[in-house]
Design a protein around this ligand. Structure first.
Ligand SMILES: [Zn+2]
Length: 873
């Protein structure tokens, strides 16, 4: 079903400035799907009302038109219709009429996984962003909203469950072993929120009573036999519904809320009105087949899609350039939800990790774009970390400036003002900030300018006047940056001092608002030089360059009461130690450089032995900086050199903290054995113990190879033990271990994804051989997006291994081209992995650059992949 596009189409860009609002309304839409063994017919009847008699365009792809007529009051109307590659232009002669069109489509051969497509024995839709045009001819744009009535007719044995949005209003047999079900959605919606599902599945049901006493039926549909694994998702859904009532006064607005889990899905999940479609990895979980991280992700994504009901569905987008209006805001809301479900600081560490690992590299690379972009080749490529994660940071800054109390009032105003409308990020910003009495003229740059702002800081202490000053400078004065700040004395006590440049928001948090290119912030009346806790809770998504004494980081890692900054300080200390070791040990070959790790070793020991510190905080403190963060800190990527430096650090700590680590790991093992025997229910405090245990074991194993594996059925630990074995096993023994795991789990696709992921994230020298072997054995299916991400995307993101050998590039791009031929969305996502090309050494850069260039000039790429790759070459 993938249509080949011409060069002109490939190069055709869409611009925000060309946006024109539709000159028509669609009053209602009736769709009738008839499902057969080899094809599906879709009959559409829609009522148009024009503001003026002017031609209009209907998007449509990959369909055969069986009938097309225009009528009004049973009279037939003759309109001229012009057929194009991607749709129809209609030349109406009256202002009100019905459009009747019947088309034939083949979902069974649709491998792009957009529009209507087959997944196993099911039929399912994915319409965001522009999949609806593969289902029927329609203005496929978010600002055209209408009421949908949908009828599905199918074989009753093959497709006993027939679902669509809204309320089920009719269900009947029609003879010949066929049945029909009709759904009506009382809320107007854009077509990207339309959904249909047909198949033979099990269902887990529950109910939720809203704050105003309305009963909602909750239904989660999954493959036969898998309903028991939907329980955590169901609990998460109920928690989300309650939370949105408590925090934002938002109630659910239909009598049914349905979720369907399927294995073949390009993204994570889709918020279709009343009928979410989910990638099964974000629904199905039990402690023997899912990791603690999976349980966490399920809770957060179920919440995210639910929250869209208000931020996205009730208030939607005027055009796709406004995507962050719903995504940035909804990510922010799911982050706030997760923070309330755990510890706020730990959640913030998680969110910022995602931002720094995924969004910062995008913002620094050739695919950098504003939160509200101005142009694009393919709308599908808008689903980026900048739109989502940076978009959420922009919302968070508004909350930081106003404080939570005022922000909540502004959100109330927003919901009231725009309910039922398709609007822009400007509408959002002015409602939240300007209508709260805050001029957002400068703040708008966060939406309009790409790149991560840099702020450089110096400080000075005047011992005579006992005053302390921070000198802030933004490279260009184009942003308005809220910086949360506190001062500590050397005993670790927080100081309550005033400064003219420090204000408080409605929650009483102290903040510096940096609006100019330079700013001096001065505090008087100190008794000694203080330590500054700067940018607390990461109050703005910026890069701070401050050549401050390492002792400050040491002090804050031990004393800061802001969990985020405590963690950040330890990371900064770690990164500085990494840099010194790399320079002296790898570049200058000074063997004694290793001994300079002693202070960091001491810091880690104090943290580990600190009885007052929660285990979940310790677990985070012992997850050291990711490879992407190391690369960004160093400013370049020397894959082999960095790998050696990291190994040296880990084995130094493994050796020098040896007995302390062993003692703690043993203690955790004993506790976990008891806890896991008592209940196999997911619990975040037990999960934190496992996380801490794995982080400490990782250090020990860098010295001793695999240590004390213990008997457990808990999948997080099982998988960790498998990964530990892959670190040490080679040759035939390695293959045998991999095969053993496969044989045990081959009927569990979600477990096999983890198996592929563990193989491709290993830094063992045989990793590439293993990946090729797995593919040659037919264990990898490129048509399944989860497997592509598990094996190939993780391989490309395995920075310290992937970039050591040019043959990895040949292999990776070969696979990418193969996938691009049938699933451009997935291929383009895979391509973004290569955005680090600018940080590579010259030889690698030119080799990879040439390969990419060959691909982009071959005229064989989809628009999606072309857009990403052409910027990298
Ligand atoms: Zn979303």
């Amino acid at each position: 079903m993938f249509s080949v596009i011409t060069d002109e189409e490939r190069m055709e860009k869409t611009f925000l400035k060309d946006y024109q609002k539709p000159h028509y309304q669609i009053l209602k839409l009736d769709l009738e799907f008839s499902l057969f063994d080899n094809y599906v017919t879709v009959a559409q009847k829609s009522r148009y009302q024009l503001d003026e008699i002017k031609p209009f365009f209907l998007n449509g792809l990959d369909q055969e038109i069986l009938e097309l007529t225009f009528t009004d009051k049973n009279q037939s109307l003759e309109f001229k219709v012009e057929k194009k590659n991607d749709g129809l232009t209609v030349f109406p002669t009256v202002k009100e009429f019905n459009l009747n069109i019947k088309t034939k489509i083949n979902p069974y051969t649709n491998k792009s996984l957009e529009g209507l497509y087959g997944s196993k024995a099911f039929l399912v839709t994915q319409c965001e962003a522009e999949g609806f045009r593969k289902i029927t001819f329609f203005p496929d744009r978010p600002d055209v909203m209408t009421m949908y009535t949908v009828t599905i007719e199918a074989d009753v044995k093959k497709f006993p469950i027939l679902l669509s949005n809204g309320n089920r209003i009719e269900k009947k047999s029609v003879g010949d072993n066929r049945h029909r079900v009709t759904w009506q959605d009382p809320w107007k919606k854009p077509c990207y929120l339309f959904a249909v599902f047909a198949g033979d599945v099990d269902v887990l049901t529950d109910t939720y009573t809203t704050r105003s006493g309305k009963k909602v039926n909750l239904e989660i549909y999954a493959e036969k036999g898998k309903s028991p694994r939907c329980k955590h998702a169901m609990e998460s859904l109920k928690l989300s519904m309650k939370w949105d009532e408590d925090k934002f006064d938002r109630e659910y607005d239909l009598s049914e809320y349905m979720i369907v889990a399927i294995d073949d899905f390009n993204a994570g999940a889709m918020e279709n009105k009343g009928l979410n479609i989910f990638n099964s990895k974000l629904i199905l979980a039990d402690s023997q087949t899912a990791t603690d991280a999976d349980f966490f992700d399920i809770e957060s994504v179920v919440a995210h899609e639910y929250f869209h009901n208000w931020t996205g569905n009730r208030i939607t987008l005027r055009n796709w350039f406004q995507l962050s209006l719903k995504e940035g805001l909804t990510v922010f809301r799911d982050q706030e939800f997760s923070a309330d479900m755990t510890e706020k600081g730990i959640q913030r560490v998680r969110d910022v990790d995602t931002l720094k690992n995924r969004q910062f590299p995008e913002d620094a690379g050739p695919n950098a774009h504003p939160v509200r972009p101005e142009s694009c080749y393919s709308v599908d490529n808008f689903f980026t970390p900048t739109i989502y994660e940076k978009g959420a940071e922009v919302i968070r800054m508004m909350q930081n400036i106003l404080g939570k109390k005022q922000f909540k009032l502004a959100m109330d105003r927003y919901f009231k003002k725009y309910d039922g409308q398709a609007i822009t990020t400007d509408d959002y910003r002015t409602t939240i900030l300007d209508e709260s009495g805050y001029n957002s003229e400068l703040f708008v740059n966060w939406y309009q300018k790409p790149g991560t702002p840099k702020v450089s800081v110096t400080d000075s202490w005047d011992a005579t006047s006992k005053s302390f000053t921070l000198h802030l400078e933004q490279i260009e004065s184009q942003f308005e940056i809220p910086i949360f700040v506190e001062l500590f004395d050397r005993d670790g006590k927080k100081l309550d001092l005033k400064s003219d440049q420090v204000q408080t928001n409605s929650d009483g948090q102290k903040l510096i608002l940096l609006k100019t290119s330079t700013l001096e912030v001065k505090w008087d009346g100190l008794s000694g030089r203080p330590v500054v806790s700067f940018l607390r809770n990461f109050s703005a998504p910026i890069i701070v360059s401050w050549n401050r004494p390492l002792d400050d980081y040491y002090f804050l890692a031990l004393n800061d009461d802001d969990t985020f900054n405590r963690n950040e300080s330890l990371q900064q200390y770690w990164l500085n130690s990494f840099k010194n070791l790399y320079t002296q040990f790898i570049l200058e070959n000074k063997k004694d450089a290793v001994s300079k790790l002693q202070p960091l070793n001491g810091l880690l020991e104090s943290i580990l032995k600190n009885e007052k510190l929660e285990e979940r905080v310790k677990a985070k403190l012992f997850s050291f900086p990711s490879h992407s963060v190391i690369m960004q800190f160093m400013g370049f990527l020397d894959a082999a050199g960095f790998q050696k430096t990291e190994m040296t650090m880990k084995s130094y700590f493994g050796k020098n903290l040896g007995s302390t680590l062993k003692e703690k790991v043993l203690q955790l093992n004993t506790q976990l054995t008891q806890l896991e025997a008592k209940s196999d229910h997911y619990d975040q405090n037990i999960a934190a113990k496992r996380e801490l245990k794995m982080n400490l074991t990782d250090l020990l194993e860098s010295v001793e190879g695999q240590t004390n594996p213990y008997q457990t059925k808990n999948f997080t630990s099982v998988l960790f033990q498998f990964a530990s074995q892959l670190k040490v096993l080679a040759g035939e023994a390695r293959k045998q271990e991999i095969l053993k795991f496969y044989t045990q789990w081959k009927s569990e696709p979600l477990v096999l994804n983890k198996w592929l992921q563990t193989i491709s994230t290993s830094d063992h020298p045989e990793t590439f051989e293993t990946i090729k072997w797995v593919c040659s054995q037919g264990y990898f299916n490129p048509e399944n997006p989860n497997q592509v991400y598990a094996l190939l995307r993780n391989f490309g993101n395995n920075l310290f291994y992937f970039h050591q050998n040019n043959s990895h590039y040949d292999f990776f791009l070969g696979k990418l081209a193969e996938i691009d031929a049938f699933n451009p969305q997935v291929a383009a996502r895979l391509a973004t992995t290569l955005q680090v090309v600018g940080s590579l050494p010259e030889e690698k850069k030119s080799y990879l650059g040439k390969l990419i260039q060959q691909m982009t000039t071959s005229n064989k790429l989809s628009k999606n992949s072309f857009e990403v790759l052409s910027k990298l070459a």
